[in-house]
Design a protein around this ligand. Structure first.
Ligand code: NAI
Length: 333
């Protein structure tokens, strides 16, 4: 099948080319992000392959469908950027990669936590400048601390298991608790988790229910000096409320791999220009904030699985004998 692959980077091409040896699709790589302005690039392509910051709202889906696209193949697990009811109305199929490496994301969340706790990113710069002072680098033992995990899916449970390995107690909140997770985590209402956790890590998807789940009210319930880690989706956190909480000291350390306005920033080199997002730039001024640009998924294993599953989804659609990993318009997360 001819596939228009949006938002492609050199590493996407490398892994897709490798996986495509087993499928033989015609992959046309497009650098730009998919938006209403770039949708015309996909004219005549039966399949559009998209990533997390591509826009698949009503307008874009209508443009794609009018130009012959039948299949949207996401190279991601998250699908909050797709207007699923509109895709169904237009008769388009949407497929995704449900779990390409939950370990990659869980391990990155742990990396953010460990770096923030011991301020290794600051220590690295100090030592290079011959500054061996320890002021400002004071951490705490993870052993014995209470960790709150919001969302006990694939990633949240692996994160929980790692934190148990450090000797932490793990509280969890999830509208669909997993019976087999109860030896690992203690399910509690979100309010209890917010009040009792020393460290909170977000692993829920972005849905209408989790949009700004962590707002000023939720933050007010947290312990003073709490560590907050978000590798889920940017909009789960109200960034302005978090900035206020950093200023007051309510949030002691913040680790982000996702940001609510990341579409305009992440996955590009903007170092030669002026970044006009003042909220993001304010975040970068805090010494106790560590931000990575949506790289939690970025491991060899994950990219291999993403490429293989994406192409297997497309091949199954092309064969017409059922689809793999199709997302229903009324998908419940
Ligand atoms: P999953 O679908 O296995 O698990 C999600 C869990 O969140 C489910 O158990 C669900 O019941 C729970 N949930 C839903 N609504 C909730 C709520 N209101 N409060 C608490 N829990 C809720 O998904 P998986 O694979 O664990 O991924 C989680 C999220 O991580 C994805 O939706 C995606 O947004 C994000 N992600 C981020 C990546 C990155 O590179 N930073 C890469 C991959 C995923």
């Amino acid at each position: 099948m001819r596939i228009a692959v949006f938002s492609t980077k050199p590493y996407d091409r490398r892994f897709l080319e490798q996986a495509n040896q087993a499928h033989g699709h015609e992959l046309v790589y497009l650098d730009p992000r998919l938006t209403a302005e770039t949708a015309a690039l996909a004219a005549g392509f039966r399949c559009v392959c998209a990533f997390v910051n591509d826009r698949l709202d009503r307008e874009v889906l209508q443009l794609l469908q009018a130009n012959g696209t039948e299949l949207i193949a996401l190279r991601s697990a998250g699908f909050n950027h797709v207007d699923l009811p509109e895709a169904r109305r237009l008769g388009m199929t949407v497929v995704r990669v449900p779990a390409y490496s939950p370990h990659a994301v869980a391990e990155h969340a742990v990396a953010l936590l460990l770096s923030l706790n011991r301020m290794t990113f600051r220590a690295y710069n100090r030592v290079r400048e011959g500054n061996f002072s320890l002021d400002g680098l004071l951490g705490f033992d993870l052993c014995g601390k209470t960790v709150g995990v919001v969302g006990t899916g694939e990633i949240g449970l692996i994160f929980s298991r790692i934190m148990r390995g450090f000797g932490c107690k793990v509280l969890a909140s999830d509208p669909f608790p997993k019976a087999d997770a109860e030896a690992l985590v203690q399910y509690v209402p979100l309010e209890t988790l917010l009040a009792d956790a020393d460290i909170i890590s977000l692993h829920c998807p972005l849905t209408p229910q989790t949009d700004h789940l962590i707002d000023a009210q939720a933050i007010a319930r947290m312990k003073d000096g709490v560590v907050l880690i978000n590798t889920g989706r940017g909009r789960v956190v109200d960034t302005k409320a978090v900035i206020d909480a950093l200023k007051s000291g309510k949030i002691g350390r913040l680790g982000l791999d996702v940001y609510e306005e990341e579409e305009q920033l992440f996955f590009q080199d903007l170092s030669q220009g002026v970044i006009s997002d003042d909220t993001f730039m304010r975040l970068t001024t805090f010494p106790n904030v560590l931000i990575t640009g949506h790289q939690a998924f970025f491991t060899t294993e994950a990219l291999t699985n993403i490429a293989e599953t994406t192409l297997a989804n497309i091949s199954a659609f092309e064969r017409g004998n059922g689809t793999l990993h199709r997302i229903a318009a009324d998908h419940v997360v």
